[in-house]
Design a protein around this ligand. Sequence first.
Ligand SMILES: NC(=O)c1ccc[n+]([C@@H]2O[C@H](COP(=O)([O-])OP(=O)(O)OC[C@H]3O[C@@H](n4cnc5c(N)ncnc54)[C@H](O)[C@@H]3O)[C@@H](O)[C@H]2O)c1
Length: 337
Amino acid sequence: MPELLYVGLIGLGVMGQRMLARLADHPRLRATRIWDADPAALARTLAAHPQLQPADSADALVATPGLHTLYIATPPAPHMALSHRAFDAGLAVFCEKPLTVDFDAARRAIARIDRERQRAAVNFSLASSPGLAALRAACGVGGDGGVDAGVDAGIGALQTVQIELAFARWPRPWQAAAGTWLAERAEGGFTREVLSHFIFVLQRLLGPAQVLSARPDYPADGRGAERALTATLLAGGVPVQLQAQVAGTVDDFNRMTLQGSTGAVELRDWFGLQQRQGDGPWQARGDPAAMRQRGQADQLDQWVALIEGRAHGLPGYAEALAVQQTIEALLAGGRTA
Ligand SMILES: NC(=O)c1ccc[n+]([C@@H]2O[C@H](COP(=O)([O-])OP(=O)(O)OC[C@H]3O[C@@H](n4cnc5c(N)ncnc54)[C@H](O)[C@@H]3O)[C@@H](O)[C@H]2O)c1
């Protein structure tokens, strides 16, 4: 593989912009060609990044000579169709979560990936985080590819997991420019958008989760996304309590606590980590900003490994489908799809 790896991007909304900013600092990944179904989004992006080349369509973008990989940052509905177009063109795909809410389409894509050895991964940002590595080490699951776990000792036998989320408003302020889909029940909502990251972490720690009970609370208009969710799950034999709501004054509160027989460890505000022994005081482990930066840099390096066909730690489509099956069961009040 050449030193520079060329990236095409489809979907130039909030996440597309964030990825462009992150790619600008990477020594090997180069954003080159872009497309969005909304001409205004394409024009805005070209004004901010005049070095990029616009495409006329998704097909034209994936057919760009010399392109190595496609990043997909549209809302979920087109994720599978765009993935197939990229596979047809021989590109490695890095797709935003949620993978899709169309499980049959996901299964067909996964079968194709296996059959044709296509290169594909999904962007769960915690996959490459030092926090996940620390949780794995604390529960004795093992380290993640040499990432320094940053915890002193284990927490004994894992007894319970608690996941708590709260949002002063939904969508969160930094997503205010996103499409209306994000606030709607069909494709959006905090369960798909945020909780999926923590269900992914749970799955990496303990295997796929089973929903024992779930109580989503939807607005009466039949259209808006959930406003609250309480649920009980079981993962690897460990009970998991979940509480999430649009309430309070904090824009984006999240906490995932693993309680063991001799201590506890907590992922907090995405990349923060704290730990305690017994009933002792919580002690912060590492600097959250530095851990975020390390996780993001590592993720791009793993994307390079995906493109080059080397081993990597990014979540595959089958892993992302399993997460989404748990998410949709929660949104359906515990019924599996
Ligand atoms: N990994 C993360 O941490 C993270 C965070 C936020 C959002 N996301 C995910 O990223 C994806 C995009 O979210 P967003 O907040 O950027 O949304 P957004 O609404 O801001 O942007 C989506 C863009 O996709 C374009 N688009 C829609 N359909 C298209 C199609 N068929 N072809 C080409 N372009 C199309 C829209 O015009 C828009 O510009 C979603 O799947 C979302 O869940 C991931």
